[in-house]
Structure formats: C-alpha cells, structure tokens
Design a protein around this ligand. Structure first.
Ligand SMILES: [Zn+2]
Length: 84
C-alpha cells in the first residue's frame, strides 16, 4: 500500500479593508487574504496546518503584499470589510 499526501495552500479573499496602504498610502485599495495550508491525503484536504493573513495593495503602481498577524487581521475585520 502506498500513500499520496501533500500540502496545499489555498488563498481566500476575505474582502477589502479600509485604511491607507503602508507602502503607497492609498486608501481602500487593500484586499485582505487568508492563506490556509492543509495537509491532504489522497488529494482530500484533512488537517489545517497553517493559516496566514496578508493584505495585498491593488493600486497598480504599488502591488505590495504585507504579511500581517492573526490579531491584526481580526482587528481589520472588526473595522469592516467590503466584499464587493
Ligand atoms: Zn500600496
């Protein structure tokens, strides 16, 4: 018997967050993304092994990606996210 296993990271966009970008200073152009890495067995995701949060600036002149902590992400979400 052999096992097929691996890790898969899936980014999930949570929505747009307010506040200025740390790099370019533009307001409201940041997308909050949760990256969930799961351990999978036979291509079936089983166990969540890591969750990371990043904010991506969608100003075309900037495009910065900032890694943030879970508590920072939670406070951004409390501040309100726009999903449209
Ligand atoms: Zn920016």
């Amino acid at each position: 018997m052999f096992l097929i296993f691996g890790f898969r990271t899936k980014p999930e966009a949570l929505g747009w967050v307010g506040g200025p970008c740390r790099v370019c200073g533009q307001n409201g152009s940041r997308l909050l993304i949760r990256e969930v890495t799961r351990f999978s067995l036979f291509f079936i995701p089983l166990i969540k092994v890591r969750t990371r949060y990043v904010v991506e600036c969608h100003n075309p002149m900037c495009r910065s990606v900032d890694r943030i902590s879970k508590s920072e992400a939670e406070s951004l979400m409390r501040g309100g996210v726009r999903t449209a």
